[in-house]
Design a binder for this molecule. Structure first.
Ligand SMILES: Cc1cc2nc3c(=O)[nH]c(=O)nc-3n(C[C@H](O)[C@H](O)[C@H](O)COP(=O)(O)OP(=O)(O)OC[C@H]3O[C@@H](n4cnc5c(N)ncnc54)[C@H](O)[C@@H]3O)c2cc1C
Length: 372
C-alpha cells in the first residue's frame, strides 16, 4: 500500500520508520514544509515510554548518542535554594536537531520511503463514501498545485495541523496561556555542574520559572516559562528576547545568570504553548492523525515527542497484517479506541500542572513538570 505522511517531525519520521518494517506497505512519501537543514528547535526529554517505543521502532540504534541522561529533578526557588528533589526514571535529554537527523536517516534507510522537503500540504480531495471506508481521502494538494495520490494518509503536521482542520474542521487549539522562551547555552561548566539533574527555578508568586538541563557537548537547553497574561513579549528578535529575560530574571540564581550570559539569543524562540481538547476520533476513513496533530499537550507533561513515538508503535502493531485500505480503516478505529484515554489523561494532567504553575508555590514545593 502507498502511504502519504504529512509532516516530517517526530511523528512523521517515526511512522515512516514503522511502515518500513511492514510487509504490505510498499512506498511511503513524507511531505515536509520546512526546507532541508532548516533549524528545527532546541531539545526535549525522551522519557521511558518514548525510549521503549524507539527500541521497538529501531532496535539496532543506540539513541543515547543523541543526548545526555537525566536522572534527578531539583526544584528550587528563584534565589537557588532547594525546595525539593526527586529521583527520576532515566530520561534522555536530546538535541531536537540531532535526534531528528538520526530518525530521518532511519526512516529513509530501508529504501522504501522518500521525503519531499519545502513542500506544504494545502488541501485534500475526497472520494464519495464507499461503505468500506466511509469518507476516503484520495489525494493531498501541495502549494505548487500538484496533487499527490495515496491509499493511506498519516496526518503528522504538528499542533497547528492543517490536515486535522481538513478532517475535523471544528477541532480548535486552546489559547496560549503559557509562553516559553526556549534557548540553548554554550556553557561547559554549567553543563558539568548540572550533570544528570534537571533543575527548575521558581518565582514564589507562581507564573514564572526557569528550567535547565545538560544536553551533551557542553550545551545546556534552558527555558523561561511564563504566564502569558502577566509577561508580554511583543518583539521576538534576539536582542529583544535577551533584554526581556535580563530584566525579568534580574537577581535570580547564579546558574540562571550564567545561562543568560552564555546564550546566543538569535537562536532562541518564543513558543506559544497550546493544547488540544481531546478529539472524539483520531481517524476518518483511510486517514489518521498522530503526534501533536492528534493530541497537542502542554509542555508541563514533557510528553509531546514521547506520545508521538508511542502513537507510531501502536499503529504499526495494528497495521502489521493489514493488506487493504478497508483493513487499515479498521486498524485506525482500533487505534482511536486504544489511544484516546491516554490523550485525555495527558490533556487533564497538563491542565492540572498548568494550574499549579500559575498559583503561588505550595509549601510542599512545586509540582514535578513530568507525566509518566
Ligand atoms: C520548530 C519546533 C520546535 C519545538 N521545540 C520544542 C522544544 O524545544 N521542547 C519541546 O518539548 N517541544 C518542542 N516542540 C514540540 C515537540 O517537539 C512536539 O510535541 C513533538 O515533536 C511532537 O511531534 P510531531 O511530529 O507531532 O510534531 P512536530 O514536531 O511539530 O512536527 C510537525 C512537522 O510537520 C510539518 N508541517 C506542518 N504543517 C505542514 C504542512 N501543511 N505540510 C507539510 N508539513 C507540515 C512541520 O514543519 C513539522 O516538521 C517543538 C516543535 C517544533 C515544530
Amino acid at each position: 500500500m502507498r502511504s502519504i505522511i504529512i509532516g516530517g517531525g517526530v511523528a512523521g519520521l517515526a511512522m515512516t520508520t514503522a511502515l518500513g518494517a511492514l510487509p504490505h506497505f510498499s512506498e511511503s512519501t513524507i511531505l515536509e514544509r520546512r526546507p532541508t537543514d532548516a533549524p528545527s528547535g532546541m531539545g526535549f526529554l525522551l522519557m521511558p515510554n518514548g525510549l521503549s517505543a524507539l527500541r521497538e521502532l529501531a532496535p539496532t540504534i543506540d539513541w543515547s548518542d543523541a543526548g545526555h541522561w537525566i536522572e534527578r529533578a531539583s526544584l528550587r526557588a528563584a534565589d537557588g535554594s532547594i525546595l525539593c528533589e526527586h529521583a527520576l526514571e532515566p530520561a534522555l535529554c536530546v538535541s531536537r536537531t540531532r535526534f531528528l537527523s538520526q530518525l530521518r536517516t532511519t526512516a529513509l534507510g530501508g529504501g522504501r520511503a522518500r521525503i519531499l522537503e519545502g513542500t506544504r500540504v494545502t488541501q485534500r480531495t475526497t472520494l464519495p463514501a464507499d461503505g468500506a471506508c466511509g469518507d476516503r481521502v484520495q489525494s493531498v494538494m501541495l502549494e505548487t498545485g500538484e496533487a499527490l495520490d495515496g491509499e493511506l494518509f498519516f496526518g503528522c503536521d504538528g499542533a497547528q495541523s492543517r490536515f486535522r482542520k481538513m478532517l475535523f474542521p471544528k477541532a480548535e487549539l486552546s489559547d496560549a496561556a503559557i509562553h516559553e522562551i526556549v534557548s540553548i547555552a554554550d556553557a561547559p561548566e554549567l553543563a558539568r555542574e548540572l550533570g544528570t539533574t534537571f533543575r527548575k527555578y521558581h518565582d514564589p508568586r507562581g507564573g514564572l520559572a526557569v528550567g535547565m538541563l545538560a544536553e551533551g557537548h557542553g550545551r545546556v537547553v534552558w527555558f523561561v516559562q511564563m504566564d502569558a497574561a502577566r509577561y508580554r513579549v511583543s518583539d521576538t528578535s534576539g536582542s529583544s528576547l535577551a533584554a526581556f529575560v535580563d530584566a525579568t530574571l534580574d537577581g535570580w540564581a547564579a546558574d540562571v545568570i550564567e545561562a543568560l550570559s552564555t546564550t546566543d539569543f538569535h537562536q532562541s524562540h518564543l513558543w506559544k504553548t497550546r493544547d488540544l481538547p481531546p478529539l472524539s476520533a483520531l481517524h476518518l476513513g483511510n486517514a489518521v492523525l498522530l503526534g501533536d496533530a492528534a493530541h497537542a499537550c502542554l509542555p508541563f507533561t514533557s510528553q509531546g515527542a514521547n506520545s508521538a513515538l508511542v502513537d507510531a508503535v501502536v499503529l504499526a502493531r495494528l497495521l502489521r497484517d493489514v493488506r487493504t485500505a478497508g483493513g487499515a480503516s479498521e486498524a485506525f478505529a482500533e487505534y482511536t479506541r486504544l489511544r484516546r484515554p491516554n490523550h485525555r489523561r495527558l490533556f487533564l494532567e497538563g491542565r492540572r500542572l498548568r494550574a499549579a504553575f500559575l498559583a503561588p508555590v505550595a509549601s510542599s514545593g512545586p509540582a514535578l513538570p513530568l507525566v509518566a
